[in-house]
Design a protein around this ligand. Sequence first.
Ligand SMILES: [Ca+2]
Ligand SMILES: [Ca+2]
Ligand SMILES: [Ca+2]
Ligand SMILES: [Ca+2]
Length: 346
Amino acid sequence: MKKRIIAVIGMAFVAASILRADLQPIGIWNGKVGMSIDAVGSNSSPVGLIQAQIPVGATIKAAYLYSAGTPYPWYSNSPKTLADYNSSGITLAGNAVTFDALVGASAIPNRPDIGNWFTGRADVTSIVTSLAAGGGNFSWEVEEGRLNDRIDGEVLAIVYEHSSLANGSVVLLDGGLNTAGETSTVNFGTPLGDVTDPNFVADMSLGISFSITSSQTSQIDINGLRLSSAAGGIDDGIGSDGGLITAGGIGDTNGNPGSPFSNSSADDELYNLKPFLNQGDTSFSIYSKNPSNDDNIFFMGLHITADISQVNDTPANGVPDTGATLLFVGVAMSGLIGLRRRFVRR
Ligand SMILES: [Ca+2]
Ligand SMILES: [Ca+2]
Ligand SMILES: [Ca+2]
Ligand SMILES: [Ca+2]
């Protein structure tokens, strides 16, 4: 019995250190900023071309490359450590990519057979800064190497700054949203101005893996109103495991799906949030749910010409995320039994 308890505690520590079933900001950039986002996926070698669009003369503030593995244990040879990603042979325009963070998701509580996604994140700021010196439009070859058929694809997210851009904010978030439903709240440091101003921008990009059009999609609500029931698909990939990837960005429109309640609406994961926002707003909520319990929403990018100060994530009742997982470790260690299903978010 004692061994079993120690094993459980050990597993909880592993889960706390690498698994995240939520989206957390990796950065908020305020000022004259914009974002470039694209995705690519296939099982060919090279995988394909990933694009970047950077205004001429802009400064690169940050660039991240995500590599989205298939879930484990659904596929026993899915990448699940940084060493797996770093030994696969993943390259961007011929440059070896070094992954320095695992962002995770759990298809809890309904699909233990699917298990977890271990998405790799690499800080590629220096690679992109040298590739995109001076700005412009770029297409860079991506290789996934040895694990190609167990990696659905890549998302490249770049934040840039240019004096000609409007004042605003870019937020990049990563992790993995709970398939059972989860809410993020975006807070503004200054109440929103005139949202009907044609120059007001409020774009949201989602990056989603292991999804396929119609049968496996997610629902997205903004302030409790349905934005889409068709988030997901293979817009930037192919219809085979190892190529199931989409992200809203280059080549996509921010026109929202015509039928927000249809799971087969045209939806390219780039959304216009303006219709959901009002002058004077100090926050808004983003809710997502994946009814098929097998899609991985691992990335979100927001570009709003407003002052974003903070983004919070609220887990669904009974579904632990980062804070709750850490609390679970504490409870397990103190030997308490009778875990309550509702956890307090720290
Ligand atoms: Ca799926
Ligand atoms: Ca692949
Ligand atoms: Ca796309
Ligand atoms: Ca889509």
